[in-house]
Design a protein around this ligand. Structure first.
Ligand SMILES: [Zn+2]
Length: 444
């Protein structure tokens, strides 16, 4: 056996665990298709916990859809506890598009490559390596830690986080705060003096989700006969109005603070109308930030017709809408108005926006943990344009942050790797994150 294989140093364990987890293909194909991977990954995680004397509980929402839970009692059990959570599932990877096999956890160029390397088996491994260290060394955290590895995050969490929140809320008794993806990673921005400054994006807000189905009805008929009541045309007109709509910009708290502080650090001025140069400094993270300047509505699927010479009776489209905190009703009213009276709008799936303060003891502790390991770094708040399991936990009043700490090289294009091809995480970043997480959970 190699030295690394037997090492119990958490900075070695995190690498081993991350690679082991990537090699278990936990692709989430949606609610009706259970792959074997999630259950296997849950068994792996449970075995890692049992090996150090912990007693995890496994919860199966549907066959093969397994989440793993373990609580570590703290010194002060009256204090509100902290939930550390990650999801074990990943989005599909099309192997032909990748330059390495996506489920082999190849190690090259100082990185571990594979589906889930950044979303989010990296953080799963950091959590697991730290929990194993605490159990082995007999570390009792200041307050209760609730550690959860969820199934089904990538399909909205109905069979993972939402299942546990709804069916087993007692697991979360006394838990007040949570940390997980997607935040805590670094970007490198230019300074006015011609230097570079590293800044960590701490996620404090998440946009809400409204997945809509738009259905148009019309008069069916022969393709050769004039028809002024064509369902496809009604739908196309509605979609064109929605696509052309300029959603008004609104600068929510975290976005405004991010832009203001970025402007100070880089010496780049911006206005509410012109901020291209400023957000351009964020590299790949620019897209995440652009998505949080306003509500959005993107047409993603279209379904109509069945024969070249038949005018169909109805036509259907799917629209993916994301709204800023507090905007849900406004967004739906606007979409209904744009859709017009020939098109019906149905909400297929929705989830709330969440909003946590960029202040308080936990934020200070996360900041201190990062700046102790990376002195001189800036910590900036940001809003995620997507969603995480923190939405489900917020239904129980738990305040969630995105904090999966990674110090990244300046030239890595990190944010586009979420659900992208050639996903990879630098080994040094994993080790760094493991140290930061240790500082946080041992002391806060
Ligand atoms: Zn994720």
């Amino acid at each position: 056996m190699s030295e690394q294989a037997t090492s119990t140093d958490p900075e070695d364990e995190v690498v081993r665990i991350c690679r082991d987890l990537i090699r278990i293909d936990t692709t989430n194909y949606g609610p009706d298709v259970a792959g074997p991977g999630e259950a296997e990954a849950a068994d792996y995680v449970a075995a890692q916990l049992r090996e150090v004397g912990l007693e995890p509980q496994l919860f199966e929402s549907e066959p093969g859809r397994v989440s793993v839970v373990v609580r570590i009692p703290g010194q002060d059990r009256e204090r509100g506890g902290l939930c550390l959570h990650g999801h074990l599932d990943v989005v599909p990877a099309n192997a032909e598009d990748w330059s390495v096999p996506p489920f082999e956890a190849v190690e090259k160029d100082g990185c571990i490559w594979g589906r889930g390397a950044v979303d989010m088996k990296d953080m799963d491994a950091m959590i697991l390596a730290n929990v194993r260290r605490m159990a082995r060394d007999g570390v009792v955290p200041p307050r209760d830690l609730l550690v959860i590895f969820f199934a089904d995050e990538e399909a909205g969490g109905d069979l993972g986080s939402h299942f546990l929140v709804k069916e087993h809320p007692e697991l979360f008794d006394g838990i007040t705060e949570a940390i997980s993806e997607v935040g805590g990673y670094s970007v490198t921005v230019p300074t006015p003096e011609g230097g570079q400054q590293r800044a960590y994006l701490l996620q404090t807000q998440e946009k809400g989700i409204a997945w809509l189905t738009l259905t148009a009805q019309g008069r069916a008929g022969h393709g050769s006969v004039p028809n002024d009541d064509n369902a496809i045309v009604h739908l196309a007109e509605a979609l064109t109005r929605i696509a052309a709509h300029k959603w008004p910009r609104e600068f929510i708290v975290s976005v405004r603070e991010l832009l203001d502080r970025l402007s100070e650090i880089t010496g780049t001025a911006y206005s509410d109308e012109d901020l291209d140069e400023l957000v351009g400094h964020l590299g790949g993270a620019e897209g995440f930030v652009r998505g949080t300047l306003q509500d959005t509505a993107n047409v993603t699927m279209l379904d109509a017709g069945y024969k070249h010479n038949v005018i169909p009776q109805h036509a259907e489209a799917r629209v993916d809408c994301r709204y800023l905190p507090g905007h849900e009703e406004d967004l739906l009213a606007t979409i209904r108005e744009l859709a017009g009276d020939r098109v019906e709008v149905r909400v297929e799936h929705s989830d709330i926006a969440i909003d946590a303060p960029f202040e308080g003891d936990l934020v200070e502790a996360m900041t201190a943990a990062l700046t102790t390991e990376d002195p001189g770094a800036e910590i900036l708040p940001y809003c995620l344009s997507g969603g995480t399991d923190n939405k489900a936990l917020s239904l129980l009043g738990i305040t969630g942050y995105g904090f999966a700490p990674l110090r990244l090289p300046a030239d890595i294009d990190f944010a586009p790797m979420f659900h992208g091809i050639d996903e990879k995480v630098p080994v040094e970043s994993l080790r760094f994150g493991t140290r930061v997480l240790a500082r946080l959970i041992d002391t806060c």
